[in-house]
Structure formats: structure tokens, C-alpha cells
Design a protein around this ligand. Structure first.
Ligand code: PAF
Length: 278
């Protein structure tokens, strides 16, 4: 496995590797969710690439950039064990050179939900993913459904700017108790972990209401909120019941619907989602 830190080196080295080439973009601190993407990337492609880059432009000023968990050595060992061929792990100064002054602004789909609560977040994501796709030029690129809106934003970006990758979205990987895997789970104390299960429970509740025939979006949201708000350390940012393609809020779940939420457990902000009626 080769670890490459500069754009110029990546461009040179990448030519020696056979196609198809798959990329798993990550911010490191890898868990089973990332590794499920890496395994699929390995299976699908002659060359498997992962990137590790904690992208400062997708963090807001009051967010957790400085404390974001990192473990480069552990990450490289995991990627090596999965048979990854190339790792692109640039420094911030390599990705954002002196004078850097371009931002990619995806429209409507990026303004909703996370976009509303984390201003600038998707501009940062879209800009760095555009750069990664341009540098690595993958045939296939892999993302997790846990970041459902990110997947939609990246599909829009990839289509609109003709970046030429196949965007492959794989299911959310959960702990045995249901908590969606996330690098940010590292911040959770044992008590917080228990409280964080309320996200999963509220999604299960939505699933069971749906299977009982409930289609009223407001009624479903109310029940989910009641469950979440009964957890003393949970602060709900939003619970959304939206069209799974456009993210427009739905009165009635009469089409594939993305049920998603952002909840703070203490100071840790968690998101999770499920698609109903697909
Ligand atoms: O999902 C992530 O880890 C990041 O948002 C991504 C796609 C690697 C861009 O920095």
C-alpha cells in the first residue's frame, strides 16, 4: 500500500495502476462503516484507493474541527489489512494552497436539513469532494447512507459538473444495539451512548408506525419528537419527513420518504435516517 501526500505525486503514481479505480473518501478515524465501503470498493475495482483528509472547510466556526478524532497510524493499518492499494492523505496546505478562493455551491438540495443547520457545511463538502474526484479520477466512489443528504448533494455535484464517477451508496452500519457508526461516537460517554440510542429507537418507531399504515407526516414527526424529548440529555435540532429524492418536506408519506434527524446528546451532534416506502 502506497501513502501519497501530494496532488502531483498522486497524479503520477495513479497512472501505473489498472482500471477500474475505486475511491473511498474519508476524514479518517475509520470504523466498520468506512470499512464496509472499503471492502466493497476492493471487490468492485482493480485498484482500491482511500483518502484521509479532515476537511476544515466543512466545519463551522463553533464546530469540532480542532477536537475531531484522528488516528493516522491505526487508519493506515486498517486500510492495509483490507488490501487498499493507494491512500491519498494530503495536508491542509496541500489541498488549500495559498490564495485558494473557489467554492462549489450546490443548490436547493444542499440548502435543506443539514444545510440549514450547518451553514457552509455542504459548500465545504462539495468543494473538497470535487477536488478529490478531480485528483483521483475514480470510476467508482463510495459513500454511506448514514449521511443521506451528503449522498444526494454529491450525486448532484457529480452529475452537474460531469465529474464522471459512479456514486455508490451503501447501507448504514450499526452497532449491535442499533447506534449508527460515526467517528463522533468516540466523544460519547457510556451514559451518552445509551441516550444516543433514542435516535435509533425513534427511527424504529417511524418504521412501525409506517407498517401500521400511518402516512401523516406531522403525526409521525410528533411521535418521534415525543420519544426523543423524553431523553433528558437529548436536544433535538430537527426531525424531518421529506421526499427521499428532493428533500422537500412531506405532509403525507405517499412516496419514498427520508426520515432523518439531527440530535445533540450533550455536546455531541448526531444524525441518523431511514428511508420508508422505497
Ligand atoms: O463523509 C465524510 O467523511 C466527509 O464529509 C467527506 C465525504 C470525506 C468529505 O470531506
Amino acid at each position: 500500500m502506497k501513502v501519497i501526500q501530494t496532488v502531483a505525486d498522486f497524479r503520477l503514481v495513479q497512472r501505473e495502476y489498472p482500471r477500474s479505480l475505486g475511491l473511498v473518501p474519508t476524514m479518517g478515524y475509520l470504523h466498520e462503516g468506512h470499512l464496509s465501503l472499503v471492502r466493497r470498493c476492493r471487490e468492485d475495482n482493480a485498484t482500491a484507493v482511500a483518502s484521509i483528509f479532515v476537511n476544515p472547510t466543512q466545519f463551522g466556526p463553533s464546530e469540532d474541527l480542532s477536537t475531531y478524532p484522528r488516528d493516522m497510524e491505526g487508519d493506515l493499518a486498517k486500510l492495509e489489512a483490507e488490501g487498499v492499494d493507494l491512500v491519498f492523505a494530503p495536508d491542509v496546505s496541500e489541498m488549500y494552497q495559498e490564495g485558494f478562493d473557489t467554492t462549489i455551491d450546490v443548490g436547493d438540495i444542499a440548502r435543506r436539513l443539514e444545510g440549514e443547520h450547518r451553514p457552509g457545511h455542504f459548500q465545504g463538502v462539495a468543494t473538497v469532494v470535487c477536488k478529490l474526484l478531480t485528483i483521483v479520477r475514480p470510476d467508482n466512489v463510495y459513500f454511506g447512507q448514514k449521511d443521506a443528504q451528503q449522498c444526494l448533494v454529491i450525486k448532484r455535484l457529480n452529475a452537474d459538473l460531469d465529474l464522471g464517477a459512479e456514486v455508490i451508496v451503501l447501507p448504514t452500519v450499526r452497532d449491535p444495539d442499533g447506534l449508527a457508526m460515526s467517528s463522533r461516537n468516540a466523544y460519547l460517554s457510556d451514559g451518552d451512548h445509551e441516550a444516543a440510542l433514542s435516535l435509533y429507537r425513534s427511527l424504529r418507531l417511524a418504521e412501525s408506525l409506517y407498517s401500521e399504515g400511518v402516512r401523516d407526516g406531522d403525526a409521525m414527526r410528533r411521535e418521534m419528537l415525543a420519544l426523543l424529548e423524553s431523553e433528558p440529555s437529548a436536544t433535538v435540532e430537527y426531525v424531518s419527513i421529506a421526499d427521499a429524492v428532493t428533500l422537500v418536506e412531506l405532509k403525507s408519506l405517499d412516496r419514498p420518504s427520508l426520515i432523518s434527524m439531527a440530535v445533540r446528546i450533550g455536546r455531541v451532534r448526531l444524525i441518523d435516517n431511514v428511508v420508508l416506502g422505497a
